[in-house]
Design a protein around this ligand. Structure first.
Ligand SMILES: CC(C)(COP(=O)(O)OP(=O)(O)OC[C@H]1O[C@@H](n2cnc3c(N)ncnc32)[C@H](O)[C@@H]1OP(=O)(O)O)[C@@H](O)C(=O)NCCC(=O)NCCS
Length: 184
């Protein structure tokens, strides 16, 4: 299989943007995902990620591919049985404003709902972007899972400037309890 690459300087024409496909990440994508994240640490205030850790969790990523290039990615990371997190959302400069980020969030919402999570959260410097998709700004303490999983050991704990965003999910039908079952 040809390894994927992060897109280079070429501008993604609108026509090419419409042919961008979303798919699950694979171990072979680790280098491209890592390059995409590392290349946008500053403009996205993204947390750095290790290439090997990305490889281990590659299947949690949704990637947007244009030919053999990865133009965007995000991870659906479980924080607890009920809460999952949108992590490392980034769209390369050339593919922005074509709705790729929107499609990725929709896909993560669908995945999280199907997996039975009740809540999807994100920690971001771009709260207005997430508000578009039904997320609300909440106090950080509403997400103790995140504080335990990552914040407490972060050198920027309590001064990161990130907004905690939360979206309630509707569980997929197979996770609903039929009313009849409640009444015997
Ligand atoms: C934020 C980001 C993921 C958006 O990706 P995208 O594919 O361009 O987004 P979409 O095409 O789905 O949506 C574009 C719309 O969102 C708006 N938008 C983009 N960034 C925004 C932000 N930071 N805050 C509010 N709105 C934003 C655009 O103005 C555009 O608005 P319009 O439709 O009214 O013209 C992308 O700009 C990016 O990768 N930024 C750097 C990393 C980052 O900030 N990640 C998110 C935080 S974890």
């Amino acid at each position: 299989m040809t390894p994927t690459a992060a897109i280079s300087a070429a501008v993604l024409a609108p026509a090419a943007a419409s042919s961008v496909c979303l798919r699950a990440g694979q171990v072979d994508d680790a280098d491209a995902i890592h390059s995409l994240i590392v290349g946008h640490l500053a403009d996205g205030h993204l947390l750095p990620r290790e290439r090997d850790e990305i490889a281990v969790h590659a299947h949690r990523f949704v990637v947007a591919a244009s030919g053999h290039s990865i133009v965007a990615c995000a991870e659906l990371a479980p924080l607890s049985r009920d809460v999952s997190e949108v992590r490392s959302l980034v769209v390369c400069d050339e593919a922005r404003t074509f709705g790729v980020g929107h499609r990725i969030i929709d896909e993560l919402v669908a995945r999280a709902s199907t997996a039975g999570f009740e809540k999807l959260c994100a920690f971001t410097h771009a709260p207005a972007y997430f508000v578009r998709f039904g997320f609300s700004i909440v106090p950080h303490v509403w997400l103790p899972e995140k504080i335990l999983a990552g914040c407490r050991t972060c050198e920027r704990f309590r001064r990161c400037g990130q907004f905690a965003m939360l979206r309630e999910l509707r569980r997929a039908p197979q996770h609903c309890v039929p009313l009849a079952a409640l009444h015997g």
